[in-house]
Design a protein. Structure first.
Length: 123
């Protein structure tokens, strides 16, 4: 009986450790206004796989703390760091005749804490 107690005593801390998973609040409308869409490029996918960094397009009026809180609520993951960059608008042309403009936007590179992952291709 003493051996059985020792075995159950060891299993209890592991179960308690698994249950201490951080739960975030449910997302609200403001979160969907801050985080607009993920940016899917070769570079951003390499960052996601190798470093655990997710690149998203965000509202131009948002700041780092808003982005962090909204990302945590939307994807239910812990965020370690947020880097923000403004992508400038560019002039493009089709040949020499037709001129166009690619609009600028604000992007955020969100670093996830160790052990967290995000599935950007969820249906």
């Amino acid at each position: 009986m003493a051996e059985e107690k020792k075995e159950t005593g060891k299993a209890a801390p592991k179960a308690a450790k698994e249950e201490t998973k951080k739960v975030f609040a449910s997302p609200n409308e403001h979160d969907y206004e801050v985080i607009l869409e993920p940016i899917i490029t070769e570079k951003s996918m390499a960052l996601l796989q190798n470093d655990g960094k997710v690149t998203v397009k965000v509202a131009t009026s948002s700041n780092k703390s808003e982005i962090k809180d909204s990302f945590q609520r939307l994807y239910q993951v812990a965020v370690e760091d947020v880097k923000v960059a403004n992508v400038i608008a560019k002039e493009k042309s089709r040949g020499s005749r037709y001129k166009g403009r690619v609009s600028g936007y604000k992007k955020a590179i969100v670093t996830l804490k160790e052990g967290n992952a995000v599935d950007l291709f969820k249906e």
